[in-house]
Design a protein around this ligand. Structure first.
Ligand code: GDP
Ligand code: GDP
Length: 453
């Protein structure tokens, strides 16, 4: 079978591309019993137990996080993939094809005490076509007597065979060095710039942004505690909330109350966009006394698309009576379908009601935004979910999800490696279940799919 190169499905923005690169993948292939699992354990340094992950869950589609010399990568043991081909040789060749199509580098494991078998040769032939780096591990070299047998593995045409003993750990450091060298450099994720966390306060005109900012800072405290921005006008404010200092971005406009005449809506929306981009977490202020408007939804869409953590603050709660509250609930069911995960806080900038609830909500949202689920945890959850509810058949084919990793944080981004396109509804289903299992309240979660066609 011929396989197309990696393809990323949907949401192909530059930021996603970066997230996709965040953690490179190493696929481990080889015949049964050559010591793949033992070697994977060795590579992981037993940071994640391969076998005893979740009792009762079969050891298939295993993918785990590895860390060596400060470099993170995902290790996939391809043993659990069920390639269609019949016979051992065909099955392992197909496995190698899949590995080449999904991983950034492939490690072929051969049993040096047995030497190259015809199956090993067939796999090597497939791997020699790989556009990605292929490493050759000669396993079970428990002592030097096997070194001549190791040398004979040059015949596989995959370069220098690296002698290792997965069982005793011999040379595993050298192997890891070589693996890390072969993998593409991953951008380290979001070492944040130091200092207070950055908050944007956004919402349509007259929703109460400047009133809230004044409430939070105290009317008298003025621009003294503002921080000059790098560009001409944006000025941030440092605000103390609940014992923590926050940096409210681009608040100059809010303070000056520059609500001028017509033509400003476009300007306001650019300004909102800039504030959202500059922030890590966004307080979207909504007017609880009025129906949700198009403008509100546009702001919410901007936040989701920018991938920022978010808190919904329903302001002017002092104007909300029983009737309005019921009506609002109905509006929100429909209006907030894009952000069911966002926390809601009902406040009044005028009276100060519940304003102190904002800080804990911001903290929760940021914790979710910063959070990473380990590849092992993710895959044991995912393989159960998919076994129970497989992706819908498409064009007569059942797409298979091989494994997943959380490729990035800020926002949390999952990458699913599949053998076919996943419908948007199925991706939403996965997101819903993911949130049921792992939470992530207050943060958007992105789900990208890498298809091996
Ligand atoms: P897999 O089927 O390729 O995943 O192989 P396993 O990791 O399950 O190992 C198969 C057998 O080989 C097990 O009994 C291991 O203990 C043994 N084994 C793995 N690595 C080594 C090694 O470096 N030296 C020796 N002597 N035995 C090994
Ligand atoms: P901005 O345009 O979003 O900065 O909104 P402002 O802070 O200028 O507020 C617009 C109007 O709403 C002003 O008249 C405020 O006094 C009023 N307002 C703001 N917050 C509240 C609130 O919680 N309750 C009530 N009743 N009025 C509010």
């Amino acid at each position: 079978a011929e396989f197309a190169a990696l393809d990323s499905q949907v949401d192909g923005t530059a930021e996603d591309e970066e997230a996709l690169l965040a953690q490179p993948v190493l696929a481990v292939v080889g015949r049964p019993n050559v010591g793949k699992s033992t070697l994977v354990n060795r590579i992981l340094g037993r940071r994640e137990a391969v076998v005893q992950d979740v009792p009762g869950v079969t050891r298939d589609r295993v993918a785990y996080d590895a860390l060596w010399n400060g470099r993170r990568f995902t290790v996939v043991d391809t043993g659990g993939w069920e390639p269609g081909a019949s016979g051992m040789q065909g099955a392992i060749a197909a496995q190698a094809e899949m590995a080449m199509a999904t991983a950034d580098a492939v490690l072929l494991v051969v049993d040096a005490s047995v030497g190259a078998t015809t199956t090993d040769e067939a796999v090597a032939k497939v791997l020699r076509r790989s556009k990605r780096p292929v490493l050759l591990a000669a396993n079970k070299v428990d002592d030097n007597r096997l070194m001549p047998d190791v040398a004979s593995l040059w015949s596989l045409g995959l370069g220098e065979p690296m002698p290792v003993s997965a069982l005793h750990g011999r040379s595993s450091g050298d192997l890891l060095d070589a693996i890390v060298k072969a993998l593409p450099e991953a951008p380290r994720d979001g070492e944040r710039t130091a200092g207070p966390r950055r908050v944007a306060l956004v919402g349509k005109p007259n929703v109460g942004k400047s009133s809230l900012l004044n409430k939070l800072t105290g009317e008298e405290r003025s621009v003294v505690d503002s921080v000059a921005g790098t560009t001409v006008d944006p000025v941030d404010s440092l605000v103390e909330l609940d014992g923590q200092t926050w940096r409210f971005v681009d608040t100059a406009g809010l303070r000056k109350r520059v609500h001028t005449a017509s033509g400003t809506e476009y300007y306001a929306s650019l300004r909102t966009k800039a504030a959202i981009d500059a922030a890590e977490v966004v307080i979207v202020l909504l007017d609880a006394s009025e129906p949700l408007s198009e403008q509100d939804l546009r702001v919410l869409t901007m936040v989701v698309e920018a991938g920022r953590a978010c808190v919904l603050a329903f302001n002017k709660w002092d104007l909300v009576d029983e009737d309005r509250r019921h009506q609002l609930e109905k509006e929100l069911d429909r209006g907030l379908v894009r952000v069911p995960w966002a926390q809601r806080v009902n406040i009044s900038a005028l009276t100060g009601r519940s304003v102190r609830k904002l800080a804990p909500a911001l903290r929760t949202a940021l914790e979710s935004w910063d959070r990473r689920v380990s590849t092992g945890q993710l895959n044991s959850w995912l393989s159960e979910l998919i076994a129970a509810t497989p992706p819908p058949v498409r064009g007569g084919k059942q797409p298979k999800v091989l494994f997943a990793t959380q490729a990035g944080i800020r926002p949390p981004t999952l990458v699913l490696f599949t053998t076919g396109f996943l419908e948007a509804s199925y991706r939403r289903f996965i997101e819903r279940k993911f949130r049921e299992r792992f939470g992530f309240e207050g943060s958007p979660v992105r789900i990208n799919v890498r298809v091996r066609e």
